[in-house]
Design a protein around this ligand. Structure first.
Ligand code: ZN
Ligand code: ZN
Ligand code: ZN
Ligand code: ZN
Ligand code: ZN
Ligand code: ZN
Ligand code: ZN
Length: 1913
């Protein structure tokens, strides 16, 4: 409904002033003007007018269709808006608007409000924070598009920050908005406005706003505000409007909420208002979008009834019912008008600044009472009403700095109330007024103002705390999991986001107000943290397990939100000395207040000479918590004290109850000890809650404010406590005081408690680890002398030491700063090399060699898995490089001054005592309390001490002297004593390193002259060579491959085992046919090397070799069997798993679809290949019997599975799908493996070395064919139109026709009847109605009697009016009922529209041929069909025949998508079609990859095609009735040789498909003769005819411009070739040119200028695909080895052209001789003179014919830059709902159509009448891709694959970022660019029909619990 103002203004200008105005309006405005002059005009006048006019225009009508309520908007404009505008402007609105607009400086702020799904762009280089975003328009025109931008999609509500100086560090303006900046804001535009105009605008705005507010929040639904009521007095005698009558018109209004699901709402509506499902969906969609919807408009009683019905239904089960109201229609009218007014106002505000200033003036009057009012009533409104107000605030106030401040103040004042309303509300945050917080608080000046002047921090926190107070238990927050008010606590946490926004930028200048405001908020934050300190405490469970898992997630969720705030608080506090001191004092006080008597209890612990007063506590029995935010805040603040010359002991911090250093670290230490105990297995009974908490404590998402702060705090404590005492405190807390005693082992042995000992060993390890962390982890700025970048570098080095990582993985493993930045980009190039992606693997980062020496094995962020993985990796790397196999500690950076004290730990007595204890016990064989890990850690600690001493030595600082102190414990001797000890073997290299290092350091003190760096060099662990790294990677891959292989083998073995088990009897019965293994397997292709170049596949010169047996291994029983002997008896029958799918992939005409598969005549493929059936196979062979068993098992298993689990399957058992047992490829049939066809022929040839092949000339052969046609019989029959729909062909399954169904009429037409076929006879006698028989040539004796109209029907002479019939809809003879009956006739013929065609017998033809030609010709012709080579049939075992019929039927059923019908006459035709289509596909895939015909064919492609072609050759053997074959062949011959109106013309056939069908069918054309295609001379002739037909197609569609560049290039490069063939080539060119003229003349086409050479080039290029198809077909049919050139790695099209001519037995080097026979010219004449040819050639689009014969279908071309793509869809409206944006715009990559996916609005019932709704993609895929689809979900950047209605998957999009990674769902947001390789891969997948298989594999590999309902996408 939003009106664009520009349009609006334009329309204004067009309208003549005044004349068009309604006279009443003129009066009205004049009246108002008069009142205004008197100063008496007020809102009341306007309301008085609206009172009557608004209900007139906007009332819904009684019993109207609620889905299509429309109002007369034109009238509304005239009567309602015109007066407002005219009065407001005091004249012509258009002029005034123009004038006001001109006062405006061009806008320097964009402020475009985002809708849900709009793309937004942030800049990582310039954005102040991640909320600063640009709209697409500004982004495109800004400098940021060249920066590191981030793209994401808006969830609605925000606006574009372009031009906001506080949002961008640089490039604040885009090119559009910079113009606004350049013009100086001279003065307030209001001052230039005439005062009268300002006043009028004021008056109107002041009138609109309260009205809209009142009406949109109107709560009393049954009556209307008093002053808007229609009164009795309004009834004028002249006014007949029903408005004033007493009325009973109400509406039932249904509201949106977030608790009820779509489906609940839909089903409620279906029942309550009894609407259709479709309408209910429409209602639900509208409710979801608008927030409410009128569902009934009726009497009060009816509306109330509906209301209570809906409430009852939706409150079932005790839930809150849906909100339903019965409302007065007048209220509705006013509400609709109010909403229109807001839109009107919004547009006006957007148009000019003056309007905005006036608006701001009004709403901020009286301290913002209007704003306040609206904020307070926000949750009383429905969704769209709220959004309208919010939009108004944005357009009216947020564009201007001063107004924005005013608004921000009002907003802050009412924040608390607003949030409390929001908690109780049930709408999303994004439609709450509270969501405007982000717009205000992210602006630093406003934020600082609010903190200083409005106490915003305290307001926010108080609101939050008031909610927390409700959840206190023992003064701690206790968040229950499933309590009823968790949702309110979840909602209140939005406050924490606002808090984060406010603190986003720290102030540069502090004022006292700011300090006060900040510290007030801070003190409340401390209260909150105090509530969290120690929350969710855990007590170690002993004895029994925990009964239930305690809740932990809520606390962590709260932590994560606070963790974003706390660093900002620290940053603020640290930026001002006064604030810092006060904050630290407050913190110490808070901590002090938490202390109790119990926490102060001490006892004394003694070790060596040290007595330490320790805090009494036992972690293993008392409660411990992970949540210690107050303690951690101490760590955060303490780090900044030094900057102001402060420290913990400064007098400023002397406060009562200030905790001592021990007390400070105590809580943190307890947590550490608890975790250590968990590692020691002491907390096993505490369940997963604890494990999860510890996991997150360490995890990158939480650790910054957990683990990291804890380590910091311990390090701080270590500087404050004496080192010896510190270590004792730790020891005591770890409960290791006893362990540290020298006599521990002896005392322990007496106790003999093994469990305890194992725990102690681990605890010591943990203790050592903790000490090491405190001493060695120094990569925190403030602790070590490092910068932030060093910290990141360290993290990256440690991560890459685990393994090389892709960018995304690395990025995820790094902690994010407040700006969602990891800082990785700044440093990554320094430490790592990026290895580009290759093929399927992502690009990844590899650590630079120099940095391996930085590797710290005990890095504190490592998980245990990462630690061991990295250690294994690094040791392996060193071993490969021939280095010591150990990872000694790296040199850490030096501590900062305040932390220097920590190093003292490494030389203190207790430390030395501890390492001595470990080393000594290590050397005692019987000591049990030590471990290798302890030794390793101790050695590391010594290493650190030595590093440190070295550093101190270099600085000539005598303070640290480890070696001297270590003499006390005789450390060197201890270490040397361990060398060679069996317990130290794992770490012998490390031990050696330590001793060596020790000696070096020792020498330093004595030998000062030695330069230090030399020793460093000795010790520096250099990294390995690149070669070794590469070989490691190779090895890794090899290992993976081996593992994979092993898995598959294991799977196979187990499968085989199971299989043999279940088939035990079968295997015992079957004699083993295993052959000796050493016989080399050979396939026909192996012969190529030995054979001469000129192989010829067909014709009289055919090269034949004895086909060899091919042996297959059954993947199920692992036995081998041979297939291939002519008799087919050796070996048991075998099959390949196969997949048959309908396809439109090759379609050259996307407007054409196969609409009625039930009636489709598959006689031949259409020239545009708009549909076809593709067969594929994974090439895995199985015994037919094994397969059957396997398949039956699958079916039984699936049938037993509960229905609800079936949805999840990757295969659809209802469509007889299954997965290949070996490779899990999708299959839906089994393709029988049959012997070759040339077996007999080859045998005969080898027996008669001089073959006496009688080659029949093509002319004679054609005569023979014509003779067949001459004597054919055609019985036309048909069904009545009303019967047509019953699809009898496909419904009846193996059902013998009912005898009673005797046809009432029928007709037999014979062109020639030598002897009438039996069928015709039987019909003649069986039919009760007269049967008409026509004899054209009086040969037979049958009586002939035919009506003339009937003849026309058959011959098609004007039988149909108008446009000639279009292929493929063959004319149906509808006027006559079926005339077929018959004892042996089956139901199949009932719908055989094209009639029953019967050939004559061979003798008949021979006799006739003899008379018209010669006896020799007759003999030769007879021999073609009679010779033993072609007619010796293999005898298949019955099982093979069964498999054959079953496969043939599967092709029919799956290919057409029809019901089973084993006797359909279309079965053999479908098999031949699929063979042709599959060959076409393979040819295109090869050509697409620029490959020669047979180059790099995979074995699965080869096996599949070989089996398919052989099967197609044998298909006549397995059809139920051979007459079907005969009939089809005769029909096809008639199409080819006779033509006629009823058959498709030459431009409508696919010439190759005719060739396939005729080659395979013609040998069986005669009754009683079963023949095979063997590549005989007949095949050659057929090829000649079909090739000629194709040439005619090419010539007819030739366009001079289409010069074939590719061939030309080839010509130029091979000059000699051209020279030598120029004479012949020219001959061809001239011949083709004359043929072209000839054809075009016949077709009545205008003459064209032809350059013969161009024409020849064109023909050679264009007919190559046809020849390639023929090559493939005859290669796999005859098994004649192909010349090497067809398999060469370089594809030279022209030479392949000649090569194929030779291979196909055609005239080599020129075309003309092949077609020189006059008989062929006659055919050309017939084809071209068809009256339809001309119009087809000249026609365009779907009316035209195929023109580009070589085009390979591509997926739609996508823009290079992804943002371009997403911008184009940002405005894509849902086609089903008017004007609304689609949420999931999805593009079909096949045709480019944009769809509104995964949305109720665009679901369609499919199949019609099934009551099943499918999504837009599924529906589209059905038509566009015959059920298979490939889509791009644009907003999420995901590729969606769909197949077979219920299956689908997502795969990687072809868009990659600079790191070669995809970004599904735009989670990373990096700029994405189209990757041609990836897209080509998708294209190949689509082109090779691999989508269903890809889906099956993907679904199989990730079986998620939650099934996606793919059909709804
Ligand atoms: Zn913008
Ligand atoms: Zn801009
Ligand atoms: Zn930028
Ligand atoms: Zn088997
Ligand atoms: Zn397989
Ligand atoms: Zn839609
Ligand atoms: Zn499409």
């Amino acid at each position: 409904m939003q009106r664009d103002l520009l349009w609006y203004l334009a329309s204004k200008r067009l309208r003549p002033d005044h004349d068009m105005m309604d006279p009443t309006v003129v009066d009205l405005v004049e009246r108002w003007n008069a009142l205004h002059k008197e100063g008496r005009f007020s809102a009341l006048n306007v309301r008085e007018y609206w009172r009557i006019k608004v209900p007139e225009i906007y009332s819904p009508q009684l019993n109207c269709n609620c889905l299509r309520i429309t109002f007369d908007e034109e009238l509304a404009q005239k009567l309602l808006f015109d007066p407002l505008e005219r009065f407001m402007c005091g004249g012509d609105p258009a002029q005034v608007f123009q004038m006001v607009k001109q006062l405006d400086t061009p806008p320097s702020l964009c402020g475009r409000v985002f809708k849900n799904g709009d793309p937004t762009y942030g800049c990582r280089d310039c954005g102040m924070d991640p909320t600063c975003v640009l709209c697409a328009e500004c982004f495109k025109n800004s400098a940021h598009s060249k920066h590191r931008y981030k793209i994401s999609t808006s969830s609605g509500g925000g606006y574009c920050d372009c031009g906001d100086k506080e949002a961008w560090k640089s490039d604040v303006f885009c090119d559009i908005h910079v113009k606004g900046q350049m013009v100086q804001q001279s003065q307030n535009p209001l001052e230039k406005l005439p005062p009268d105009l300002t006043e009028r605008i004021h008056l109107i705005f002041e009138c609109i706003l309260p009205y809209a507010k009142e009406l949109l929040t109107y709560e009393v639904v049954l009556s209307i505000p008093k002053d808007l009521e229609i009164r009795e007095s309004d009834r004028e005698p002249t006014n007949l409007s029903s408005l004033y009558d007493i009325r009973d018109t109400y509406v039932t209004m249904l509201y949106n909420d977030e608790t009820h699901t779509y489906d609940q709402v839909i089903s409620t509506l279906e029942r309550a208002i009894e609407c259709t499902h479709k309408d209910a969906v429409a209602f639900a969609t509208s409710i979801d979008r608008e927030g409410r919807c009128i569902v009934r408009c009726s009497s009060f009683q009816q509306c109330s009834q509906t209301k209570s019905l809906m409430e009852k239904q939706t409150s079932r089960g005790g839930g809150r019912p849906l909100k339903v109201q019965v409302m007065d229609t007048y209220i509705i009218a006013h509400q609709i008008f109010a909403s229109r007014l807001l839109t009107w106002l919004h547009n006006i505000l957007e148009s000019a600044q003056a309007f905005r200033l006036i608006f701001s003036d009004i709403v901020n009057k009286d301290g913002g009472s209007i704003v306040e009012n609206i904020i307070w009533t926000d949750t009383n409104m429905w969704k769209t009403a709220r959004v309208q107000w919010h939009r108004l605030f944005i357009s009216g106030m947020l564009m201007d700095q001063e107004s924005k401040k005013l608004f921000a103040r009002t907003f802050t004042k009412h924040y608390s109330k607003m949030m409390k309303d929001f908690i109780l509300d049930d709408h999303d945050h994004s439609v709450s007024v509270a969501s405007l917080g982000v717009q205000l608080f992210t602006m630093p000046t406003i934020a600082h103002m609010l903190v200083a002047e409005e106490d915003v921090l305290a307001r926010l926190l108080n609101t939050f705390l008031s909610e927390c107070d409700k959840k206190l238990r023992d003064n701690k927050l206790a968040l229950e999991h499933r309590s009823s008010n968790t949702s309110s606590f979840r909602r209140i946490q939005y406050i924490l986001y606002d808090l984060k926004y406010l603190l986003g930028v720290k102030p540069e200048i502090w004022t006292d107000d700011l300090r006060r405001g900040f510290l007030h908020g801070y003190s409340l934050l401390l209260r909150l943290l105090g509530m969290m300190q120690g929350m969710d405490p855990m007590v170690r469970q002993v004895g029994t397990h925990m009964e239930y898992e305690p809740e932990w997630e809520s606390a962590f969720n709260l932590h994560i939100k606070l963790a974003a705030v706390i660093p900002l608080v620290i940053e603020w506090a640290a930026s001002d000395r006064i604030v810092l001191i006060k904050a630290y004092r407050l913190l110490m006080k808070s901590l002090g207040e938490l202390g109790t008597e119990a926490t102060r209890r001490r006892y004394v612990r003694e070790l060596l000479d040290y007595s330490v007063s320790c805090i009494e506590y036992d972690v293993s029995s008392a409660p411990v918590s992970i949540h210690l935010p107050l303690s951690r805040l101490v760590a955060g603040l303490t780090l900044h004290l030094d900057r102001y010359g402060l420290n913990y002991n400064s007098p400023e911090f002397l406060v009562k109850g200030k905790p001592s250093p021990e007390e400070l670290m105590e809580p943190v230490l307890r947590t550490q000890v608890m975790i250590a105990q968990v590692h020691a297995g002491m907390w096993r009974r505490n369940g997963f809650s604890l494990i999860n908490q510890i996991y997150f404590y360490h995890n990158v998402r939480c650790r910054q404010e957990m683990l990291d702060r804890d380590v910091m705090l311990l390090q701080i404590a270590a500087t404050l406590i004496d080192s010896n005492e510190f270590l004792v405190h730790l020891l005591n807390r770890f409960n290791l005081m006893n362990w540290a005693r020298d006599d521990y082992e002896i005392i322990y042995l007496r106790g003999n408690d093994e469990d305890n000992m194992r725990q102690t060993v681990v605890l010591v390890e943990e203790y050592l680890q903790l000490v090491m962390t405190v001493v060695a982890e120094r990569y925190t700025p403030g602790i070590g002398q490092v910068e932030e970048e060093d910290r990141i570098k360290k993290e990256i080095i440690q991560l890459l030491c685990i393994e090389p990582m892709p960018h995304s993985v690395l990025n995820k493993a790094l902690p994010e700063g407040t700006n969602h930045e990891t800082g990785m980009e700044k440093v990554i190039d320094e430490v790592a090399d990026f290895k580009k992606s290759s093929g399927a693997t992502k690009g990844y980062f590899d650590l630079k060699k120099a940095y391996y020496s930085h590797y710290n094995l005990f890095f504190y962020h490592y998980t245990r898995e990462e630690q061991s993985k990295s250690e294994v990796g690094q040791r392996a790397r060193k071993k490969a490089a021939g280095e010591e196999e150990c990872c000694p500690p790296p040199v850490p950076p030096p501590f900062t001054v305040p932390f220097t004290m920590i190093v003292n730990i490494l030389q203190c007595d207790v430390f030395l005592h501890i390492i001595k204890t470990v080393l000594k016990r290590m050397s005692e064989t019987k000591a049990q309390s030590v471990s290798e890990s302890q030794l390793q850690k101790v050695l590391h600690l010594i290493g650190y001490a030595l590093h440190e001493e070295e550093r101190y030595h270099r600085n000539s600082d005598p303070y640290f002297h480890f070696t001297r102190r270590a003499q006390k414990i005789n450390l060197l001797a201890l270490l040397e004593g361990l060398v060679g000890h069996h317990r130290t073997s794992t770490h012998k290299d490390l031990l050696a390193w330590t001793i060596r290092k020790y000696r070096v350091v020792l020498n330093l003190s004595s030998d000062i002259s030695k330069p230090a760096h030399e020793t460093e060099a000795v010790l520096a662990s250099t990294s390995s060579s690149e070669a070794s790294a590469a070989s490691a990677e190779k090895k890794r891959r090899a290992v993976i491959a081996t593992q994979r292989k092993a898995r598959i083998m294991a799977k196979m073995a187990s499968m085989q085992q199971n299989f043999i088990k279940t088939n035990e009897t079968f295997f015992q019965e079957t004699p083993s046919t295993e052959q000796p293994v050493d016989i080399p397997e050979s396939t026909p292709m192996d012969l190529t090397e030995r054979l001469p170049e000129d192989m010829i596949a067909i014709g009289p010169r055919q090269t034949l070799a004895q086909p060899l047996d091919v042996t297959y291994t059954c993947i199920l029983c692992h036995q081998e069997d041979a297939v291939g002997q002519g008799d087919g008896t050796t070996g048991r029958p075998m099959v390949l798993g196969g997949l048959i799918q309908r396809s439109t992939v090759l379609s050259r005409n996307r407007t054409c679809h196969l609409e009625q598969p039930e009636n489709h005549d598959p006689l031949l493929l259409p020239a545009d290949l708009h549909w076809g059936v593709h067969t594929s196979s994974c090439g895995h062979a199985m015994h037919a019997q094994c397969w059957q068993k396997y398949f039956d098992d699958v079916v039984t298993k699936e049938r037993r599975r509960p229905y609800r689990f079936r949805q999840n399957l990757s295969f659809d058992i209802e469509k007889s799908e299954y997965l290949c047992p070996l490779c899990e490829s999708l299959c839906n049939t089994a393709l029988p493996l049959l012997p070759g066809v040339t077996y007999t022929a080859a045998t005969i040839q080898s027996q008669n070395p001089a073959p006496t092949k009688s080659t029949i000339p093509i002319a004679e052969w054609l005569k023979g064919l014509h003779t067949i046609l001459k004597y054919k019989t055609v019985v036309m029959s048909g069904v009545r139109p009303d019967e047509e729909g019953s699809h009898q062909d496909d419904v009846q399954i193996d059902q013998t026709p009912q005898r009673g169904a005797v046809p009432t009429s029928g007709v037999v037409v014979a062109h020639g009847t030598v002897s009438l076929p039996a069928t015709a006879n039987s019909m003649g006698t069986g039919g009760s109605a007269p049967i008409l028989v026509v004899g054209v040539t009086g040969g037979g004796g049958a009586s002939i009697n035919v009506g003339p109209s009937l003849l026309r029907q058959v011959q098609g002479e004007g039988g149909l009016r108008g446009r000639p019939p279009r292929w493929p809809r063959l004319p149906l003879n509808k006027k006559h009922k079926k005339g077929v009956d018959g004892k042996e006739e089956e139901e199949d013929y009932s719908s055989c529209a094209e009639g029953i065609w019967t050939p004559p017998t061979l003798p008949t033809v021979a006799v006739d041929l003899m008379s018209v030609s010669s006896p020799e010709a007759a003999e030769a012709f007879t021999d073609l069909f009679n010779n033993p080579a072609a007619t010796t049939m293999p005898t298949f075992p019955s099982q093979t025949s069964d498999m054959m019929s079953s496969f043939a039927h599967a092709v029919y059923m799956h290919g057409l998508g029809v019901n089973p019908n084993f006797s359909s006459r279309r079965i053999p035709l479908m098999v031949w079609d699929t063979a042709a289509y599959t060959i076409h596909t393979l040819e295109e895939t090869q050509r697409n990859a620029s490959r020669a015909l047979l180059t790099s064919l995979s074995s699965r492609q080869r096996d599949c095609l070989a089996a398919l072609v052989k099967f197609a050759a044998h298909v006549p053997l397995c059809v139920k009735k051979k007459q079907n074959i005969e009939g089809a062949v005769v029909r096809l011959l008639s199409v080819l040789l006779e033509g006629g109106e009823t058959t498709p013309c030459v431009l409508e056939w696919d010439a190759f498909s005719i060739l396939v069908t005729l080659s395979l069918g013609l040998p069986s054309v005669f009754p009683n003769i079963q023949g095979l295609a063997i590549g005989s001379v007949q095949d050659l002739h057929l090829l000649q005819v079909c090739f000629l037909a194709h040439l005619v197609q090419l010539l007819l569609t030739y366009e001079e411009q289409s010069t074939c560049t590719e061939m030309k290039v080839v010509d130029k490069t091979s000059e000699t070739n051209q020279e030598s063939s120029s004479s012949t080539g020219n001959g061809d060119a001239a011949w083709l040119a004359s043929l072209l003229v000839h054809c075009r003349t016949l077709a009545n086409l205008p003459a064209v200028n032809v350059e013969p050479q161009n024409l020849l080039d064109y023909v050679k290029e264009s007919c190559l695909p046809f020849l390639r198809c023929c090559g493939l077909f005859f290669h796999f049919l005859t098994e004649v080895p192909a010349p090497e050139e067809l398999q060469s790695s370089v594809w030279v099209p022209e030479s392949e052209f000649y090569c194929l001519l030779r291979y196909l037995g055609l005239a080599v080097n020129h075309l003309k001789p092949t077609f020189s026979d006059p008989g062929l010219l006659e055919l050309v004449n017939r084809w071209c003179s068809d009256s339809r040819v001309g119009p087809l050639v000249t026609g365009a689009g779907s009316e035209g014919c195929v023109r580009s014969w070589t085009r390979i279908n591509q997926l739609v071309s996508l823009p290079h830059d992804y943002s371009e793509l997403i911008n184009t869809v940002s405005q894509f409206p849902c086609p089903a709902s008017s004007g609304d944006d689609s949420r999931t715009p999805t593009m079909c990559l096949v045709c480019g159509k944009m769809l509104c996916s995964q949305s109720y609005c665009c679901q369609t019932e499919f199949p019609e009448g099934s009551h099943q709704m499918v999504g837009a993609c599924t529906y589209h895929a059905h038509h566009c891709g015959a059920g298979t689809g490939i889509f791009l979900r644009v907003r999420e950047c995901k590729i969606l694959l769909l197949s077979g209605r219920i299956k689908g998957c997502f795969v990687n999009p072809p868009y990659l970022d600079e790191y070669g990674e995809t970004d599904q769902g735009l989670k990373r947001g990096n700029p994405l660019h189209l990757d041609a390789t990836q897209y080509a891969r998708l294209h190949t997948m689509w082109l090779s029909h691999a989508i269903p298989d890809t889906i099956a594999h993907t679904m199989e590999s990730n079986s998620s619990v939650l099934a996606t309902e793919w059909q709804h996408l």
